[in-house]
Write a new protein. Structure first.
Length: 114
């Protein structure tokens, strides 16, 4: 998961001309799965803008799912904490409705093996 987080962060917001810096990264559990919470911030002085993001990377079977909340502001602007609070509520209440293809396949293989 750490390797995937590093890859994700090097590409995150790349096309914006911004290179976000990881401010905090912590291992958490969501939906009974291992996850990483990553806080990023970056600036693009050429466009007079900045961005603040929170990203969750969650292991779901053989895949990694991302949940992202990003706020863009002028360099002189301030961030509003309310959208991040809504994002936290959403992520912590999210439930997958059915198993992934890989999870179903692994279950079938286990049953066949006995």
């Amino acid at each position: 998961m750490e390797t995937r987080a590093k890859q994700y962060c090097t590409r995150f917001l790349f096309n914006s001309g911004m290179f976000p810096e990881i401010k905090k990264q912590e291992a958490v559990g969501l939906m009974g799965q291992p996850a990483l919470a990553i806080h990023l911030e970056g600036e693009n002085p050429n466009r007079d803008e900045k961005a603040k993001s929170k990203v969750y990377l969650i292991k779901k079977g053989e895949r990694i799912i991302s949940f992202v909340c990003t706020q863009w502001r002028p360099l002189s602007g301030t961030y509003d904490p309310e959208p991040f609070e809504y994002f936290e509520t959403f992520v912590h209440s999210f439930k997958f409705l059915q198993p992934s293809f890989h999870e179903e396949l692994n279950e079938k293989i286990k049953k066949l093996k006995g």
